[in-house]
Design a protein around this ligand. Structure first.
Ligand code: SAM
Length: 355
């Protein structure tokens, strides 16, 4: 028995009473108020949609040789992606969607997908972008009513920026951040600190973010893609403890609460401001992970640390009833793909499956 079907009694994601039934007790009444959970109580609530695998950067930690990757062959259309999100809403109660990639703003589908997904009545739709194409898309993003955006930025030093991203322009990203703030979006900045690469930028980045009321998220370098088979990972990995030690020389902070399924350890700075650390290695969050990923070519991934994927393109054309039933089966398998406790690393490149 791999998964459980839960009949939820009462509305709302939090505080709901969950009645667990094993798979043999699958009811014919498969109404919307059912969710699939595993033996650790994990369920899928949080969907990351990779609009395209293509990226306009070639970050050193993401691709090995500086060559930007192209879009995956046979990408789903915006309509197919909306159909997939709708089915996931119906079958597992997905309530949060993050649009990511590759670089989502590079995809010609972005405008149509944004419009479609904002109309689905989800609790939260957000975007992760490197910000390079915000001049093109800012107005549409602000007009869509999206509430928050994460912008990836590893340094405030223009030369280091080029060394890491191997493309792009720092000033464009900084202007894009200002534009998003002016447009009323809540902005978080994602930074990957790396030893002898950009660790000296940790405090300047924190100050830059504090001044703008932005929450900075430090992402511990993940053992993925080409890093998995190189010494670079060991050499460059900069742990949460090291990050905190550096910051403690600059300001005082204390650990604070984060939502149950948050991937970040969160800190409040005395005198104002917050920051977080996504501590994949130091404090793995697999036990409470509610994430599911849809790749641009129509595969579902239950775990970032497992290359196993499930092709859902064929079921998108089926009738609602057949598609929902097939989707439940796939979701049960995808839940089994999750790691039990820690992030083990994977050779899959993050941009393929949606960072
Ligand atoms: N292009 C978009 C962007 O740059 O935000 C979205 C995709 S990118 C893969 C999403 C996030 O994954 C970025 O913040 C990036 O820094 C992070 N990332 C990629 N590879 C990583 C790795 N090996 N370790 C830690 N973070 C990584």
């Amino acid at each position: 028995m791999g998964y459980w079907l839960c009949a939820t009694i009462g509305a709302g994601a939090s505080g709901q009473l969950i009645l667990a039934l094993d798979k043999s007790n699958l009811m014919s009444d498969t109404a919307n108020n059912e969710v699939i959970v595993d033996r650790f109580g994990r369920r899928f609530d949080n969907l990351r949609v990779s609009l395209t695998a293509a990226c306009n950067y070639a970050c050193t930690y993401c691709v090995p040789n500086g060559k930007r990757l192209q879009a995956a062959a046979y990408e789903l259309s915006a309509q197919e992606m909306i159909r997939a999100v709708t089915l996931l809403q119906q079958t597992t109660g997905i309530s949060k969607v993050r649009i990511t990639g590759g670089e989502p703003l590079l995809s010609p589908k972005f405008g149509d997908f944004l419009q479609g997904v904002m109309g689905l009545g989800l609790n939260d739709v957000a975007l992760t972008t490197n910000g390079q194409l915000l001049p093109r898309w800012s107005d549409a993003i602000i007009a869509s009513g999206m509430g928050r955006i994460n912008i990836s930025l590893d340094t405030l030093d223009a030369d280091k920026f080029r060394d890491i991203a191997r493309s792009g322009d720092l000033a464009t990203v900084l202007n894009g951040i200002d534009r998003m703030l002016e447009g009323g979006l809540r902005v978080k900045v994602n930074m990957v600190p790396m030893r002898r690469v950009n660790e000296s930028q940790i405090v300047p980045m924190l100050e830059y973010c504090r001044e703008r009321d932005i929450e900075l998220r430090f992402i511990e370098l993940m053992n993925m893609g080409h890093l998995r088979s190189s010494n670079t990972y060991q050499q460059q990995f900069f742990s949460m403890d090291e990050i905190l030690e550096l910051i403690s020389e600059h300001c005082t902070f204390s650990r604070t609460d984060a939502p149950f399924d948050s991937t970040a350890v969160r800190f409040e700075i005395v005198g104002g401001g917050y920051f977080g650390v996504i501590a994949n290695e130091s404090e793995p969050f697999c036990r409470t992970c509610t994430r599911l990923r849809l790749s641009s070519n129509g595969h579902l991934y239950g775990c970032l640390s497992n290359a196993k994927s499930h092709d859902i393109r064929p079921l998108l054309e089926q009738s609602d009833e057949r598609a929902q039933s097939a989707m439940r089966e796939v979701l049960g398998q995808a839940l089994r793909d999750k790691q039990d406790l820690s992030f083990k690393g994977e050779t899959t490149v993050m941009k393929f499956i949606g960072g």
